[in-house]
Design a protein around this ligand. Structure first.
Ligand code: NAP
Length: 282
């Protein structure tokens, strides 16, 4: 039984590999990576597998029974990249694909959703048994700004009082491992989100409580927030994207109360307080 994981040198992929190693023998795990040199510390076999290289993908997927396709981070190229992986998996006789999609991908207004919809359709059409993990927002997307909020004296965003059911990468990694190593998941699509639904004002209040400093939440018009992010040096398209996803969140696009994630992992999702504690500068 060989389980392969794409994006294995990414942040989510590294957590998945580490947790898989606690569950199955390392000899049954293959890391699919674009830079094998970056995978030297993973402790499992690493195979070169650039999403843009169908020949390399074909070689890398040989003998793989179960594949975790962690969605690419190259926004705009992902549908084509994922299609290469699905085609190579089909040709290699992969027995099951598990794909990390986006929460409510079928109806999500987020600009990110379209590429996930295309990949979900490709996977379904391939005839390969599949499981779709529709991952909600990473708590780290917002707690990554804790340092900036402390430096600037406010937490800024455009999510208004939208409630965000985020969970940590570690929570989503545990869900992936549960599905990769468990049974009864074929043909299922899981909407994965945190048990808690918090506003950015709740996040700012938690940062204030733990830091002992007054860090209010300052809600900005979407265009103003995008301009500030671009001013921090983010590429303009990405800055606009982040602001737009916050604006979508203000209308509930990142909310879910189905608790399918905690059911899958058999424990509550990581509380906001723990995620903030992990993000506070030491
Ligand atoms: N739900 C959310 O809130 C959220 C937030 C951010 C991202 N995401 C999605 O979840 C995915 C995993 O998250 P993450 O935090 O682990 O992202 P990440 O750290 O940016 O990792 C992305 C991985 O994709 C790999 N990759 C990119 N282009 C590739 C290519 N052409 N061929 C092969 N591999 C390629 C990267 O390889 P290298 O290691 O060589 O760079 C990296 O391992 C992201 O890629 C994105 O689709 C979701």
């Amino acid at each position: 039984m060989t389980i392969a994981v794409t994006g294995a040198t990414g942040q989510l992929g590294r957590l998945v590999i580490a947790r898989l190693k606690e569950t199955v023998p390392a000899s049954g795990i293959v890391a699919l990576v674009r830079s094998p040199a970056k995978a030297a510390d993973l402790g499992v076999e690493a195979r070169e597998a650039d999403y843009g290289n169908p020949d390399a993908l074909a070689r890398a997927l040989s003998g793989v029974d179960t594949l975790l396709l962690i969605s690419s981070n190259e926004i705009g190229q992902r549908a084509a990249q994922h299609r290469n992986v699905v085609n190579a998996a089909k040709a290699a006789g992969v027995g099951r694909i598990v794909y990390t999609s986006l929460l409510h991908a079928d109806r999500s207004p987020l600009s990110l959703a379209e590429e996930h919809r295309v990949t979900e359709e490709d996977i379904t059409a391939s005839g390969i048994p599949f499981t779709i993990l529709r991952n909600g927002w990473y708590t780290e997307n917002h707690t990554g700004s804790v340092g900036a909020a402390l430096a600037g004296g406010a937490f800024i965003g455009s999510a208004g009082d939208g409630r965000i059911s985020s969970a940590t990468r570690a929570d989503y990694a545990d869900a992936a491992v549960a599905v990769l190593t468990g049974s009864g998941h074929e043909g299922k699509t899981y909407e994965l989100a945190g048990d808690e639904a918090v506003t950015l004002a709740d996040l700012a209040a938690e940062i204030s409580r733990q830091s002992g400093k007054d860090i209010p939440y300052r809600n900005l018009p979407e265009a103003d927030y995008a301009a500030i992010l671009a001013g921090f040096g983010l590429p303009e398209a990405f800055a606009k994207g982040i602001a737009s996803w916050d604006a979508d969140a203000s209308k509930g696009a990142l909310f879910d109360d189905g608790r399918q994630l905690s059911a899958l992992i058999g424990r509550p999702t990581t509380p906001l307080s723990a995620a903030v504690a992990a993000a506070l500068p030491r």
